[in-house]
Design a protein around this ligand. Sequence first.
Ligand SMILES: C[S@@+](CC[C@H](N)C(=O)[O-])C[C@H]1O[C@@H](n2cnc3c(N)ncnc32)[C@H](O)[C@@H]1O
Length: 229
Amino acid sequence: MARAELDKQPSDVRRMFDTVARRYDLTNDLMTAGIQRSWRRSMVRAVGPRPGDLVLDLAAGTGCSSEPFAQHGAIAVACDFSVGMLRQGRIDRPAVPFVAGDGTRLPFLDDTFDSVTISYGLRNFVDPLVGLREMRRVVRPGGRLVVCEFSTPTNPAFRALYLDGFMRALPAIASVTASAADAYTYLAESIRAWPDQEGLATLIAEAGWHDPEWRNLTGGIVALHRATA
Ligand SMILES: C[S@@+](CC[C@H](N)C(=O)[O-])C[C@H]1O[C@@H](n2cnc3c(N)ncnc32)[C@H](O)[C@@H]1O
């Protein structure tokens, strides 16, 4: 079994991403019909990096979420604990600086970064609150957090269609390209179990971040949460 369970044991999560690494980027595009590219652009706009800014992109995987920051002159450090994802990233994106590290014990000094971002990563943490506190520790005072994560569609009819229809079909869709379709069963289950927009904002505040706010993308399939250190 390549999948993790909802207790999100770090060794299971790491192994699952090692297994899907080779075809991860391709499967992402297929599952979202390419819409994830516009979500990434919105993510970078929410961070608003200035040239020379140092951004930590945590749970960066293959660096697909880190790469767009370079176009704005920022330096995005891609950190992840799956060696398989990092290795694939080094092949596909040799210009991205990759660092191996666990988001619950980051290998960085306090106040190192101007901003910290995490895309589709926090949901996989064994303890997201610990991760959010670690992110707060490594960002300078006044720096920014942006979390991009699957969320809860706001329209009830669309929500039912998405959660009961698309989420159940996801493993079959992913099986066209993914190396391990059961990893995408975990994806669907973990999305359904994840807090809604307000729940995540509460968790972010509990971790010591100020003024959490969010913006829904594609009707709330994804939400961008932003807060200040
Ligand atoms: C769905 S991928 C997201 C990759 C990329 N950020 C993106 O936008 O496509 C989730 C990543 O989170 C990483 N991850 C999960 N828990 C982690 C932790 N505690 N520390 C570091 N990385 C973690 C996994 O290894 C995986 O590469």
